[in-house]
Design a protein around this ligand. Structure first.
Ligand code: AP5
Length: 225
């Protein structure tokens, strides 16, 4: 069975951190709509120009734009054995569109990372990202390194990690994205994971949640005797 995974959770919950680990462990691509948009901003494309101001205010880019990006990405052959969606869907309209895009493919596994608001704000104030390769730092208890340990480039704070923008992103999450929990909750493949633990413990909990969700999918799709 392909692992068609959605990582759901508020800004700073650790979706990106954990998606990279699942990608390494399972050999399926991480698809981060935030990364795709930031790359477009950096490259100065039409998409980047449309998205930049919206992202810096902490709001969401339009459903139509983002659904088309994801539709094209999921049509590529490297998603055949599965994929990890990080930051998509973010509205009920996006979730409905995703169900239509995936018609005929294996069911989604949805993992919600739940983290207390106070911890989210602290994590995002500490987060530094590589301005070149996009690697993220800040998960450990030690100091963030002076430069990227992967490529040596300078580390910077994301523009949308300023405190006032973080508050807006949390408000937008509660209003537009949290309703997705109700949208997915009754599916046998929905799992909630405590994201307040150390990153390695979260990784183990996610691995267990994925296995349990896929077992539930198998039970549901096996013919009754
Ligand atoms: P996006 O980039 O998706 O941002 P986000 O959802 O707000 O998520 P973040 O990247 O901030 O957090 P994360 O959960 O990935 O946490 P991370 O692993 O980095 O989107 C940015 C913008 O793009 C949106 O605001 C919107 O404008 C637009 N956009 C994107 N997708 C869209 C869509 N579908 N529709 C419309 N608009 C869209 O971790 C955070 C920090 O915590 C890091 O420093 C990390 O090292 C640390 N950390 C991680 N895990 C732990 C742990 N267990 N303990 C301690 N620290 C930890």
């Amino acid at each position: 069975m392909a692992l068609n995974l959605v990582m759901l959770g508020p800004p700073g919950a650790g979706k990106g951190t954990q998606a990279v680990r699942v990608e390494q462990e399972r050999g399926i691509p991480q698809i981060s709509t935030g990364d795709i948009l930031r790359e477009a901003v950096q490259a100065g494309t039409d998409l980047g120009r449309q998205a930049q101001a919206v992202m810096e205010r902490g709001e969401l880019v339009s459903d139509a734009l983002i659904v088309e990006i994801v539709r094209e990405r999921l049509a590529r052959g490297d998603t055949r054995d599965g994929f990890i969606l990080d930051g998509f869907p973010r509205t009920v309209a996006q979730a409905e569109a995703l169900d239509r895009i995936l018609a005929g493919r294996d069911p989604l596994v949805v993992v919600e990372l739940s983290v207390l608001d106070q911890a989210l704000v602290e994590r995002l104030s500490r987060r530094r990202v590589c301005g070149d390769c996009g690697a993220t730092y800040g998960a450990g208890s030690g100091a963030v390194p002076a430069a990227c340990t992967r490529c040596g480039a300078a580390l910077v704070a994301r523009k949308d990690d300023r405190e006032e923008v973080v508050q807006e992103r949390l408000r937008v999450y509660r209003e537009q994205t949290e309703p997705l929990v109700a949208f997915y909750r009754d599916r046998p493949s929905f799992r909630r994971v405590d994201g307040n633990q150390a990153a390695d413990a979260v990784r183990l909990a996610i691995a267990g949640a994925i296995d349990a969700a896929q077992a539930a999918i198998r039970v549901q799709s096996s013919p009754a005797v």
